[in-house]
Design a protein around this ligand. Structure first.
Ligand code: MG
Length: 269
């Protein structure tokens, strides 16, 4: 008896869309797998789960329940709440990051116990200086996600923006402290997604576009994983040396569906 998927973890950027452009077969894939419970996971902490759900709907995809959307910002907020209920934080990053953290903790630039760095605007000389001072006085440095850079489409042009890893680096250099990292490939985001599904890792598949975060992280927690070459990692690119191989390596989502139907991973409803 071969493997049959019972739940899905879906990365979004580079899998379902690029910025405001829907990727081919995304809608068909979501409809064909609609009978499987799924969690939408992203290292991007800029949008809140409601905003992510709205974005998917605006692209013409089925709108997910925001409770089934797990961003690195939400995972960070939940982890902090578990570590220290009512935590005080100083956040450097997009507005959405401040909002999800404020749902669980208290923003306090004077007495923060955690300096949380995420993607988006927010880092400047003053916020860096403030963060360094807090860390030197005992605050813990937390990074929402380790990506060095992220792809974006700005005014119709593809560009590369600083990722969470690049933005947290100045704090690490200045203080000599290593940040605690929450997002992929660390296990926490995957574990929270599996808890939401209520399924063991061995029953689920992670679908992503990046070997360094999606595939490495999924392999670490025992998830099967599929790489779609519609995002960061393009067809023809050779596999990075030493990285675990995905269970499925496909050009796009339709090929994945065809293989899954053929091999009984997915049973047509
Ligand atoms: Mg992606």
């Amino acid at each position: 008896m071969g493997f049959r998927a019972r739940g899905l973890l879906l990365d979004m950027d580079g899998v379902l869309y690029h910025g405001s452009r829907l990727l081919p077969h995304a809608r068909h894939f979501l409809e064909a797998t609609a009978h499987l419970p799924r969690v939408f996971v992203t290292n991007n902490p800029i949008r809140t789960p409601v905003e992510v759900a709205d974005h998917l709907a605006a692209l013409g995809l089925p709108r997910p329940d925001p409770a089934d959307v797990l961003t690195s910002g939400v995972a960070t907020a939940r982890w902090l709440a578990r570590e220290r209920p009512g935590f005080r934080f100083f956040a450097v990053g997009a507005e959405g990051l401040h909002r999800v953290l404020a749902e669980h903790g208290i923003e306090d630039a004077e007495n923060a116990e955690f300096v949380v760095v995420g993607e988006g605007p927010g880092l400047d000389y003053d916020t860096l200086s403030r963060g360094i001072d807090l860390i030197r006085n005992g605050a813990t440095l937390v990074s929402t996600n380790p990506d060095a850079s992220v792809d974006a489409v700005v005014a119709g042009r593809h560009c590369v923006l600083p990722g969470g890893g690049a933005l947290v680096a100045p704090f690490e250099v200045a203080t000599g402290r290593r940040a605690i990292t929450i997002g992929k490939p660390e296990p926490l985001l995957f574990e929270m997604a599996l808890a939401r599904l209520g399924l063991p890792a061995g029953d689920c598949v992670m679908i992503g576009d990046r070997p360094d975060t999606d595939i490495v992280g999924a392999a670490r927690v025992g998830l099967r994983c599929a790489l779609v070459r519609t995002g960061r990692f393009l067809p023809g690119t050779s596999w990075p040396a030493g990285e675990p191989r995905p269970d499925w390596d496909v050009p796009e989502l339709r090929s994945l569906l065809e293989r899954w139907w053929r091999d009984g991973v997915l049973v047509q409803a």
